[in-house]
Design a protein around this ligand. Structure first.
Ligand code: SAH
Ligand code: DHB
Ligand code: MG
Length: 215
């Protein structure tokens, strides 16, 4: 069967197996293994090592030069993405929490990426309009407040070039995607607007990663 849907729900992973593949495919990463700081009191809710690597590879495949991230935390995904940018490329990453933003700036500087990335402090809804003058973007990565994903997705489709990528983490909404509340409705609206405006997929990472190529 070409579409082997009988295997769709199978899970063949375990922690040791994941540790092995992450070590093999993402081990040569001194900046993220040693210099990267996640201080006490800040939740370690960054994307996993393979998703960071996937973001990096997607940006390189897309030849990305102008990228927006919503939800910096302390810059883990930002380091992966900024390192993927072509000459003259830039990452604008938006973070609501000033302490997170400050740590992220330090991590980006320690990785030698200070000139390739700008961390903007504020709510995504307020900061995104200030970036409109830099459009069109090559990639928009959404990883902030989950009840705004529909708003962020709409902004992304309006400000990406055709062929640009919209990417969204936590697309399974911690397993609550089908719940009957405003946050789940916003996340489903995000899925549906990306599917309507892009060739898209929801990659089955632990919490789902939407990737769409804008038409
Ligand atoms: N992308 C990061 C993880 C982001 S975690 C990584 O993989 O390394 C989500 C972040 O979104 C948190 O730091 C949180 O403070 C921030 N956030 C929450 N609401 C926000 C909003 N309205 N606008 C911008 N950032 C927000
Ligand atoms: C949370 C946010 C995230 O983006 C994530 O990947 C995991 C957890 C959170 O807000 O708890
Ligand atoms: Mg996330």
């Amino acid at each position: 069967m070409a579409d082997d849907s009988s295997r769709a729900g199978a899970r063949y992973t375990n922690p040791q197996l994941l540790e092995y593949v992450n070590r093999v495919h993402a081990s040569h990463d001194a900046a993220l293994a040693q210099a990267f700081v996640v201080p006490e009191g800040i939740p370690a809710i960054q994307v996993g090592p393979s998703e960071g690597r996937l973001l990096h590879l997607l940006l390189r495949i897309a030849g990305a030069k102008k990228v927006v991230e919503i939800g910096t935390l302390v810059g883990y995904s930002a380091v992966h993405m900024a390192r993927a940018l072509g000459p003259g490329g830039h990452l604008w990453s938006i973070e609501y929490n000033p302490r997170h933003a400050e740590v992220a700036r330090g991590n980006l500087a320690a990785a030698g990426l200070a000139d390739r990335a700008t961390v903007l402090v504020g709510a995504g809804r307020d900061v995104l309009p200030t970036l409109a003058g830099e459009a069109p973007f090559d990639v928009v990565f959404i990883d902030a407040d989950k009840d705004s994903y529909d708003h962020y997705g709409r902004w992304a489709l309006e400000h990406l070039r055709p062929g640009g990528l919209v990417i969204g983490d936590n697309a399974y909404l911690f397993g609550q995607l089908l719940a009957d509340d405003a946050r789940a409705r916003a996340m489903r609206a995000f899925h549906e607007l990306v599917a309507a405006g892009c060739d898209s997929v929801c990659v089955p990472t632990p919490d789902g990663l939407v990737v769409g190529i804008k038409r």
